[in-house]
Design a protein around this ligand. Sequence first.
Ligand code: PMP
Length: 411
Amino acid sequence: MKSQKLFKEARRHLPSGVNSPVRSFRSVGGTPVFIQKGIGAFLYSTEGKRYLDFCLSWGPLIFGHAPAGLIRTLQKEVRSGTSFGAPTQKEIELARLIKKAFPSIEKVRLVSSGTEAAMSAIRLARGVTGRKKILKINGGYHGHVDSLLVKAGSGAATFGVPDSLGVPEELARLTVSIPFNDFDSLRRVFRKEGGDLAAFILEPVPANRGVIPPKPGFLEEARRLTKKSGTVLIFDEVITGFRLAFGGAQERFGIKADLTCLGKILGGGLPIAAFGGKAEYMDELAPAGGVYQAGTLSGNPLATSAAIWMLKALSSSRVYAELEKKSGEFYEEIANRIQYFRWPLQLNAVGSMFTLFFAPKQYAKFFHSCLARGIYLAPSQFEANFISTAHRDSDLRRTVRIFERVLKKIF
Ligand code: PMP
C-alpha cells in the first residue's frame, strides 16, 4: 500500500500516525515513508522503492539491516522462549562483554531503552549523593525523562523550564543547563553550586542537535570538576557507545565516566539498553541497595542474545578502522565540494556520524530532494546521520554525486 494512504489510516489509530514523534516528518514536512523491510544499507518502502539508509534506525544498525549472523542467532534463540523473568547465564556473558568494552564499568544493569538507562542513572546519582540537582547540556537529549526534558537555556547557566507539558516546574527547576564546549559556564556552575549537583549528564559528543565535536579539554574539565565536587559524571553513550570506538567516546577521548548509559548499537535493533559504572554506586541499586530500579523485560533473552552477538562481532573485527576510513573519504569529498562551490553549509562529523548544517528552512528541501533520489537521511536537521559497514564505497560515491546535484539546485 502507498505510504500516503497508510499514513492517513495510521493517524486514525495512533497519535500523529506514529509511535515516536520524529518519525512523522513534522520538521521536514510531507508524508513519512512506510517501511517494508531493510537489507544491508538499504530500506525498502511499501511502494517497493529502495533507499540508501543514513538514519539506520537512529543509530543502532552499525552493520546495516538484518546482518545474517544476528538473524541466525535470533532464529535459534527464539525457540527457547521469549522471556523468563528470572536470571539467565547470557546476562553474565553480556555484562562481561560490556565491561570489556568500557573499563569504567565495574557493574552493569540491563534495561530496555535509552530513556530507562538515563532515568535510572540519574536516580542512582541522586541516591548515592543525597543531592537533588542535575546538570545537563543545552540541547542534550537523554530520552523523555521528566528531569531531563528541560528547555535549553541560552548563554549562562539557567534554571530549567519544562520542555513538555506534564513535567512539573518543581522538578524541572532542579535541572541546570549550560552550553556545550563553554568552559566559563562549566566553571561558573561548579563554583556556584557544584556541592549541590548530584550528577552532570552529557553526551560526550552531542548528536541530538546535530553532531558537535567536543573542544579539546572540555570533557577533561568536566571530569576534573565533577571529581572535585563529588558530582557523579554520567556519560550518556546511547549513541556514541560502540559507535565512536568499541569503548565509545570514553575510549576515543581517554576519559572515564562514573556512570555510563548505553543503548542503540548494543542491541543492534532489539530493545535493550544498559547503565553501569563504579561498583560502589551500582551496589546501591535494589534489592541490596536503597535505590529502586526494576524491569519485567530487563535482560530479555532475545535482546540479550542479540547484544552478545553484536559485541562479539564488534570486538573481533576491524569495524572501526574500516568505518573511519570510508567515512573519512566520504566527508572529504563533501567538504571539497562545499569549499569549491562555496555552499553555505557546515559539515560536522566524528567517526561514522555526521550532520550537514543548513541555514534555517533549507534542510527540508535538501532532505526531500535526496529522498526522491533514493537517499534516506534523518528527517530532521538537528540529528546525526550514520554510516554502517554495509555502506559500500560505491554507495557513498553515488551519495556524493546526488548531494552535488541537489545542492547545485538549492544554492
Ligand atoms: N540518550 C541519547 C543520547 C539518545 O540519543 C537517545 C535516543 N535518541 C536516548 C538517550 C533515549 O533512548 P531511547 O530512545 O532508546 O529511549
